[in-house]
Design a protein around this ligand. Sequence first.
Ligand SMILES: Cc1cc2nc3c(=O)[nH]c(=O)nc-3n(C[C@H](O)[C@H](O)[C@H](O)COP(=O)(O)OP(=O)(O)OC[C@H]3O[C@@H](n4cnc5c(N)ncnc54)[C@H](O)[C@@H]3O)c2cc1C
Length: 325
Amino acid sequence: MSKVLIYAENFDGKFKKANFEIVSYGAEIARQTGAEAIVLSIGNVPDEELKQLSVYGASRVLSFNDGRFDALENQAYASVIAQAVEKEGAEIVVFSNSNTSKALAPRVSVKLKAGMVFAATGLPKSIDPFMVPKKVFHGKAFADVVIKSPIKIICLSQNSFGITEDAKAVSIETFVAEIDDTVFKTRVTNVEKATGKILLNDAEIIVSGGRGMKGAENWKPLEDLADILGAATACSRPVSDEGWRPHSEHVGQTGKIVAPNLYFALGISGAIQHLAGVSSSKVIVAVNTDHEAPVFQEADYGIIGDVQKVLPQMVEAFRKFKSEN
Ligand SMILES: Cc1cc2nc3c(=O)[nH]c(=O)nc-3n(C[C@H](O)[C@H](O)[C@H](O)COP(=O)(O)OP(=O)(O)OC[C@H]3O[C@@H](n4cnc5c(N)ncnc54)[C@H](O)[C@@H]3O)c2cc1C
């Protein structure tokens, strides 16, 4: 039986939503091709957490755990993944489109001489030839790419397939890989984590402000809204250029590319360079005084109004809703 191997990335021993999506995706490819869906996890992840992956259609979970792998080391991680693909005889390898995968997938591709599609947006359109749809030009266009090599690597864009539950009995197996100390080319000596804040790339909801917010002093209600919704905060590029918000919050072509379930664009015009970073959001809500602002063409819900007036009302409404539910 052919196999689809899915690499599940953990953060401090826990899996995030993007992993459930790629397991669902890999399991669906396995179903369509009569293959088996296997997940590979690297690092120290409790069995209970590993078992969760069975909910999304994987039938086996391979767990590789070695004290040297507590911190990400790209060469070493890529070696483990490549060994798992070879030992299992997997023909399709699935990664999420994360920053980590941007480092790992190309290395695995070189080791296995495997064709790779980055930023895939859906299931293969055909199996023979193996054709995968993907985003190009920062999501402004799409292309279909045929992978011709025997082993095929797909990195799936976040929020492009969804999470489907297909619970299976799962076996958790210890995976053994031979990794020489010389494979480790770097060593992490210190990690300082941002605490208390939801990271933009992980956020399911993002509340974002543009120049229409008129100044750093007006951000309090935006932060209140983010707190109530458990959201991350973001901004347009001029806002970070002005120093109203940190550069780490800037989204768009030259900033972070995000794909939350819900994106609030508050006082943001919707320039093409901004939308390039947010257009994969499932639902966009825009507030703008200008009914002709381009953001309304992309938005699912639009409020034409002054953000200084609308935002406090949104905060109140969500606060009330939260307290009642
Ligand atoms: C090469 C290049 C790369 C770029 N990369 C990025 C990028 O990565 N990210 C990015 O964001 N931009 C980027 N830009 C800049 C981009 O072109 C826009 O200039 C920018 O996105 C505009 O930001 P904004 O919408 O906050 O501001 P503006 O364009 O000034 O729009 C402000 C909006 O707020 C509305 N408004 C005003 N007052 C209110 C109010 N009281 N209530 C509600 N709405 C109000 C206005 O109607 C307007 O639509 C890039 C530009 C270039 C040339």
